[in-house]
Design a protein around this ligand. Structure first.
Ligand code: NDP
Length: 295
């Protein structure tokens, strides 16, 4: 018998997109400006192409103008840097996003450093991450996936202050900024990674778990404290011959076991995924408002 409340990211994301649509039309009416998002895709990874296509579709649906550059796998790093530079200088562009991962012959650090921080809607520039980590500082943008996780907790009225929160994973794009955000919300934060011993001992103390590992169903029911709130970032394809595509997507948390123990849980798909895109649109709107001094 499942008892956990399902945290419906799809529906929250839809609400947020509605709010963004209204704000963009107000902006357009009052100052004649439409937010613009530039996306740079290098190479032919199928998953990356899908993400970029979804981002573009979502931009259109809320009224953000999207600019797309697709470069072949064997492009030179300088070409990417040139596109970034021209978007940095383009007043119609308020957000610049470089789809990761980049081909291995490119230096990701050089490329992320080149995005001007005022347009860094992914929040991956080291200056934005550094400010996120420092007390009394404010980043211009917070990375979209972790921001979406926190937004879900807020919209479901989950108390964070003083709670034990555990983040599984410490990547630059999800785990690490998620831990920083939880700490800013006054949680007591533990971080689990691939060298952590007995992770289940740590997760069992957690009131809130954010799992961003990339290991299907890693977090079992026995790892979870009764009543915990679970945010599952993982998107893992597992073989499933009953599906037309031959696979289905599962999270990092074993949903069937966890939903009997947790008080609330995000499904995969339909949890964090749609929130990531909603936060990207939100960051792009915020950027356009800031650049044009519009409130
Ligand atoms: P990375 O591979 O960059 O990072 C994975 C992290 O998990 C690392 O810190 C790694 O530890 C840790 N880890 C790996 N195996 C274990 C293990 N057995 N036990 C404990 N920790 C482990 O992944 P990402 O952060 O980019 O993504 C994580 C997941 O989230 C993926 O499934 C991805 O598809 C999904 N994702 C979903 C998004 C969404 O919008 N919903 C957006 C981005 C990602 P170490 O640091 O020691 O190597």
């Amino acid at each position: 018998e499942a008892s956990a409340k399902v945290i419906d990211g799809k529906s929250v994301a839809k609400d947020i997109q509605g709010e963004i649509t209204a704000e963009i039309s107000r902006m357009k009416n009052e100052i004649g400006v439409v937010p613009g998002l530039a996306v740079i895709l290098v190479g032919d990874r199928k998953d990356s192409a899908t993400y970029v296509r979804n981002k573009k579709k979502s931009c259109e649906s809320v009224g953000i103008k999207s600019y797309e550059v697709c470069l072949p796998q064997d492009s030179r790093e300088e070409e990417v840097l040139e596109h970034i530079s021209s978007f940095n200088n383009d007043p119609a562009v308020h957000g610049i996003l470089v789809q990761l991962p980049l081909p291995s012959h490119m230096n990701e650090q050089n490329i992320l450093n080149a995005v001007c921080i005022e347009k860094d809607v992914d929040g991956f520039h080291p200056l934005n991450i550094g400010r996120l980590a420092m007390r009394g500082r404010e980043p211009l943008f917070v990375p979209c996936t972790p921001k979406g996780c926190i937004e879900l907790l807020h919209r479901y009225n989950v108390d964070i202050k003083g709670k034990n929160a555990v983040v599984i994973g410490r990547s630059n794009i999800v785990g690490m900024p998620a831990a920083l955000l939880l700490q800013r919300e006054d949680a007591t934060v533990s971080i689990i990674h691939s060298k952590t011993k007995n992770p289940e001992e740590i997760t069992k103390q957690a009131d809130i778990i954010i799992a961003a590992v990339g290991q299907p169903n890693m977090v079992r029911g026995s790892w979870i404290k009764p009543g915990a709130v679970l945010i599952d970032v993982g998107i893992n394809p597992v073989e499933d011959s009953t599906r037309p595509r031959g696979y289905r997507l599962v999270g990092d948390i074993c949903y069937e076991e966890a939903c009997k123990i947790a008080s609330a849980i995000t499904p995969v798909p339909g949890g964090v995924g749609p929130m990531t895109i909603a936060m990207l649109l939100s960051n792009t709107l915020t950027s356009a408002k800031r650049i044009h001094n519009f409130n």
